[in-house]
Structure formats: C-alpha cells, structure tokens
Design a protein around this ligand. Sequence first.
Ligand SMILES: [Fe+2]
Ligand SMILES: [Fe+2]
Length: 205
Amino acid sequence: MDQLITEFDRALRTVFAPAASLRPHPDAQVAEAELSPAEKRHAAGLMRVNHCGEVCAQALYQGQALTARDPATREALRQAAQEETEHLAWTERRLQELGSHKSLLNPLWYAGSLAMGVGAGLIGDRWNLGFLAETERQVSAHLDSHLGLLPDADAKSRAVVTQMHADETAHAATAVELGAAELPAPVKTAMRAMSQVMTTLAYRV
Ligand SMILES: [Fe+2]
Ligand SMILES: [Fe+2]
C-alpha cells in the first residue's frame, strides 16, 4: 500500500509538477540565439515531442520498477529513471524558453506507458529489460534525427538533445548488460508505429 501511494505521488508529480535536475542543464553555458518565429515554433514542436517522450519514459520505468523481480534490475531501473527525470527538467525549461507549452495529452501518454511498463514487467525481467532496451534504442535514434531537424541556430536545444542522446544510448547498453531479451520484430514494429502517433500528435498539441 505504501508503495502504491509513493508511485501515485510520483505519477502526479511527473505529469503536473516541474522536474528538477542534479546535473547542470547541458545548455547552461550556451547563449540563446535569435530565432525567427517559424524556427521557434518548429524547435518548440520538436522539444515538446521530446518532453512527451520523457514523460513516457518516467511511466515506463516506474511500471517496470514496480514489477521487476531482481533487486539489481530494480536498482538499475531506478538510476536510469533519475536521469530521465533530468531529461524531463531540461526539455521542460527549453520549452518555456521557446515560449511554448507541454503537450496537453501528457496524462494520456503517461497512463498508456505505465500500463505497458507494468505489462512488460509482469511477463518477466528478461522481457522487461528487452522492452526497455528497445525503447531506449528507438528514442536514441529519434533524438539523433532531431539533431538534423532542429534549426541550425538553436544551439541550446541541440545541447540538450545531444546529452539526452548519449544518456539514452547508455540506458540501452545497461539493459542489455542486465540480460535484456531481444524482442520479436513485430513487437518492435508495433512500438515504432505507436511512437510515430505520439510524435505526430505531440508536435502539434
Ligand atoms: Fe530520456
Ligand atoms: Fe533513457
């Protein structure tokens, strides 16, 4: 019961409260560039997608930590989740700086991702970790694509996305080290299709 209350509290904070970062924000030393209104809108759309992705990451890790059987797995999940909280803080601040807002659909994506995390966890640790590794790989590839899409002048957003990309790549490697199973190809395809829907919607709202 205590754990349920703690997790519920975490859920509310993820969706509604500002996140905090222990590490300095990667763009702290980077100067704000002069962006055109169109560039600003585009950068904000991309950063909103990334923020939404981090809300989902919180929910996934939370669902998985709730169901993981092995204490070492649980601990690794907690550590990665801490970095995901920082990603949440970085993208959130960048969105504010760009004069924009978080996705209105975040509570919905949070709930869906939590259900998927719990579901993967219930199947067993190896699949739990496999799901996580594949998620991180897809997120990492996605962030890499954003480095090509962000306005050239927006060095601040680029600095944030570059560090997140490095972190997500490391998260995937950790999951593999802990014994992640390789997911069947149709599952990977379904995951990609779902994230496509999420990114399309979050860019707009
Ligand atoms: Fe992340
Ligand atoms: Fe990650």
